[in-house]
Design a protein around this ligand. Structure first.
Ligand code: PLP
Length: 450
């Protein structure tokens, strides 16, 4: 008998962000098709996708408008590069569209393929910016513990998760992490949000001064942390951080890979949390995952230095074979058309209000939920053994992964980040399906934490 897909997978694929030993025991789940927020695997089992793939399928699955755009473009011109002044129509149009969509004056757009490579590009742009201004020693990158910025060597170094570092001898020198704006775990009992924000801003200031401001290039942060546990910064956090950065001539990179394109109820996540960025990273929602694409947005502040020093610089020695790939850009354009024509940012904002309200109704009083948090159409609950002391469950209980598995058996997909359960559905999810995701999660939580 021919081997099954599962058997072939087990002997052929190295899965990203997967335990090798666990995978050998559990085996793969082979997804077959999708429509809206619903998925079906190769065994015919149905799922409601409460995580939009990996925080990216904002427009939902099975959108023929994007499929048609991809087919049309692949017939007309499947590939052409952007090196040496070459280019193609979809990438020009998409850069223009992003300039129009952004609430900041965006001078240039650089295309890559993933959030990780885009953040590596941002660090190189920050280094270049300072070098061209006569400060080549400004190279250090500061990020937050628990922040997620990708897995290429520089992006992984900026990521603030031990699981991205330990096995690989990372972070590289010159990457530092500061305490995250994580009220539930980092704010002292009785401390006001204002005082907490001031403390974090002071800590950032102290870190820059300790390192030497003449050595610090940029600070990178997500508007709301996604993969680190859906952590929402307190009011005033980013303005306070920006004031410190300005004082030390340090650039602000907004990593909008999850929060961009309406996820937080505004077109860009930065608008929802008061970030004034110098560089903006986009990916995921840019094509809703239909094709791999990322974008680095350069504000005028950064671009004017590159432009002014262009003669000195000569060639901008950076770029990928697939930078400005016409298929990916065509998918991006069709995706943005759908978002506009179907008013999906507005839909996400509306559904977001529902998500936050239902999360609170269903979980705020649960004896094993310490924190309910979120913004717009992204949310999380943090499960704890003891609500009063915030004591976590023992890691070897693997509560989060067990909740995830049991939900999967019941046809619901969410993400377990340790003992935080994250929800980030497509914008097109039906309210009933969203309710089902949350209600089943509550049922499973009750069963596993009696
Ligand atoms: C905020 C953020 N930045 C960067 C990345 C890395 O993107 P990619 O996996 O496309 O390299 C991710 C991926 O989840 C992310 O959530």
């Amino acid at each position: 008998m021919a081997p099954s897909l599962e058997e072939i997978d087990l002997r052929s694929l190295l899965h990203p962000w997967t335990s090798i030993s666990e995978h050998a025991k559990v085996g793969p789940l082979v997804m077959h098709e999708g429509h809206g927020a619903r998925l079906r695997d190769t065994q015919g089992r149905e799922y409601i996708d409460g995580l939009a793939g990996l925080w990216c399928v904002d427009i939902g699955y099975g959108r023929s408008e994007v499929a048609d755009a991809l087919a049309q473009q692949s017939r007309q011109l499947p590939y052409y590069h952007s090196f040496s002044s070459m280019t193609n129509q979809p990438s020009i149009e998409l850069a223009d569209r992003l300039q129009q969509l952004a609430p900041w004056p965006i001078a240039r757009v650089f295309f890559g393929l993933s959030g990780s490579d885009a953040n590596d590009t941002q660090f190189k742009l920050a280094w270049l910016y300072h070098k061209l201004r006569g400060a080549p020693a400004k190279r250090k990158i500061i990020s937050q513990e628990r922040g997620y910025h990708g897995v290429t060597i520089a992006a992984a170094s900026a990521t603030g998760l031990p699981s991205a570092h330990a096995a690989f001898g990372l972070p590289l020198d010159g990457f530092l992490h500061v305490r995250p704006p994580y009220p539930y775990r980092e704010m002292k009992a009785g401390q006001s949000e204002e005082a907490f924000v001031a403390e974090l801003a002071d800590e950032l200031d102290a870190a820059i001064v300790r390192e030497g401001p003449e050595t610090v290039a940029a600070f990178i942060a997500e508007p709301v942390m996604g993969a680190g546990g859906v952590i929402v910064p307190p009011e005033g956090y980013f303005p306070a951080i920006k004031a410190v950065l300005e004082q030390h001539d340090v650039l602000m990179i907004a990593d909008e890979v999850i929060c961009g394109f309406g996820r937080l109820g505004r077109p860009f996540g930065s608008q929802a949390v008061g970030i004034e960025p110098d560089l903006v990273t986009l990916a995921k929602g840019l094509t809703s995952g239909y094709a791999p694409l990322s974008a680095c947005l350069l504000t005028q502040r950064v671009w004017e230095v590159l432009e002014r020093e262009a003669e000195t610089l000569g060639v901008f020695g950076h770029g990928f074979t697939y930078s400005g790939h016409p298929l990916c850009a065509a998918a991006g354009l069709a995706n943005l058309d759908l978002m506009k024509n179907e008013a999906l940012f507005e839909r996400a904002a509306k559904l977001g209000v529902h998500l936050q309200a239902r999360l609170n109704e269903l979980f705020a009083d649960h004896p094993h939920v310490g924190d309910v948090r979120g913004m717009g159409l992204i949310g999380a609950i943090e499960m704890v053994r003891d609500r009063d002391t915030k004591e976590a469950f023992a890691a070897d209980e693997k509560l989060g992964p067990r909740v995830f598995r049991r939900l999967l058996e019941r046809g619901v997909i969410i993400r377990a980040i340790g003992d935080c359960l994250a929800f980030c559905p497509p914008y097109v999810i039906e309210v009933e399906d969203l309710d089902t995701v949350l209600e089943r999660t509550r049922e499973v939580l009750d069963e596993l934490t009696p």
